[in-house]
Design a protein around this ligand. Structure first.
Ligand SMILES: [Ca+2]
Ligand SMILES: [Ca+2]
Ligand SMILES: [Ca+2]
Ligand SMILES: [Ca+2]
Length: 194
């Protein structure tokens, strides 16, 4: 009996561990991504204005927007390292079309959420979709870093399009309270009229 209980606890704990490991799941195609999320925001870099909620932190190595793409370089050998953070209020999924061919194929791009490596964009990418989703917690920052790090290498890439699955905005508590408060007042008035 005790042994069964111990086995049960071990099974439970490994189950919890399994969920934690499955936090980020790479999504193989844009159609799979769009099929999974009913609500997505697309930034196509056709102008200098980003969709609401999106920003890119690329200090002190700013990229450029031209010809419908955002261009930048990932390199761990600059000081500070050349990395980019794609920031959005709160997302369940992030992806896009990425092209590593400009300025020849360099190193790959490793994509992080916090300190977790969530996917790698290979140096052979020429505009295919790379994306992932979280099935545990939403996230707000996606970091692009140089993958393999030989000192002489760096990866110049184009982000041709970003596809973001936002977390639906909850009804703010104050509006909800105001709503229920108004409903209460209407109810009171109705009662007094009788
Ligand atoms: Ca735009
Ligand atoms: Ca574009
Ligand atoms: Ca490098
Ligand atoms: Ca390149």
């Amino acid at each position: 009996m005790k042994r069964l209980l111990a086995l049960g606890i071990v099974a439970l704990m490994s189950g919890i561990g399994g969920v934690a490991h499955a936090a980020f799941i790479q999504v193989g195609s844009e159609s799979a991504f769009l099929g999974y999320f009913s609500d997505v925001r697309v930034e196509d870099f056709e102008d200098e204005t980003f969709i609401p909620g999106l920003s890119i932190d690329d200090d002190p190595w700013p990229g450029s927007i031209h010809d419908g793409v955002y261009e930048n370089v990932v390199d761990e050998d600059t000081d500070p390292p050349s990395r980019q953070s794609y920031i959005f209020d709160s997302m369940w999924g992030f992806g896009g079309l990425f092209d590593c061919s400009p300025n020849t194929e360099g190193a790959s791009i490793d994509v992080y959420v916090g300190t977790t490596l969530v996917m790698t964009i290979p140096n052979t990418a020429t505009g295919e979709f790379y994306g992932f989703r979280s099935d545990t917690d939403p996230f707000s920052e996606v970091i692009f870093r140089e993958g393999v790090v030989p000192a002489e290498d760096k990866e110049t890439y184009y982000a041709m399009e970003l596809v973001i699955a936002p977390v639906a905005a909850p009804i703010p508590a104050t509006i909800y309270l105001l709503g229920t408060g108004l409903a209460g007042l209407v109810g009171l008035r109705a009662r007094f009229r009788k």
